[in-house]
Design a protein around this ligand. Sequence first.
Ligand code: C2E
Ligand code: MG
Ligand code: MG
Length: 262
Amino acid sequence: ETVVSRLELQIHLREALAGGDFYLEYQPVVDLGSSQVTSVEALVRWDHEGRTVPPEEFIGAAEESGLIVPLGEWILREACQKVAVWRISDWDIGLSVNLSAKQVLSSRFVSTVAGVLAETGLPAEVLTLEVDEELLLDDGAEAVASLSELRALGVQLAIDDYGMGYASLAHLRELSVDAIKIDPSFIDDLGRDDTVTLLTHTIIQLGRDLGVQVVAEGIERPEQLEQLRAMGCDHGQGFLVARPMSADGVEALVGGEVGVAL
Ligand code: C2E
Ligand code: MG
Ligand code: MG
């Protein structure tokens, strides 16, 4: 039964890509010092039978079937096009796009990224590609080779959900990354659990010492924001700051002020 429904899901996903049923939301990332929006993270959604399906319900199946490669290319192109247009109006906004391991390891990926940048005119340095650190564990050498080529194009690399995997410190040395995104589970326990608070502080300090940008994800409560600022965390993202929103919603932010009191 599970196999059949998995196969059905994969068929639906293929139809959805052909039918244009995926769309992107963008979640602002702010500079915690100035409260300005510095970039947006593209997050994919599936409009299916009148319901919005979150990525957690279909990314796994898209990876298994290999559809993540064309889907990921669509996501990258769509997001780069949008942000390139926003930048024309003199708004210095960056873009983050999430990558699956399958994409990074697919043979044409580096040239796909180069092609999309050339097509959309988005400068490479404003694009950040987010990867999970598991990628470095499971397919270490191959992944590092591909990510290094991407970095040579001038794009930035970020480690998503940082702190959840093993040997996190070793990876930062192995691969030069530009940013780490602290996992929301750390932010959630900030100020409630002494060990987690200390670890968060240490990650922020480590980032600063290594010259790596630190982004705290999942900021929901004002006291978390306060603590992160006090710890010297550069950037933040979370429902308190701004929820993921449509492209139209982002356009309303042009000028850089978020619609919340930070
Ligand atoms: P992620 O890259 O860590 O993205 C952040 C997720 O946290 C988003 O969920 C966002 O809506 C959610 N979030 C943001 N702020 C808060 C907060 O304050 N509180 C809480 N509870 N959640 C918050 P979303 O959009 O459901 O995405 C989930 C995951 O799916 C992403 O985690 C990412 O790993 C994956 N994903 C999303 N879009 C893509 C994509 O285009 N390609 C790939 N390969 N994966 C994607
Ligand atoms: Mg992400
Ligand atoms: Mg994350």
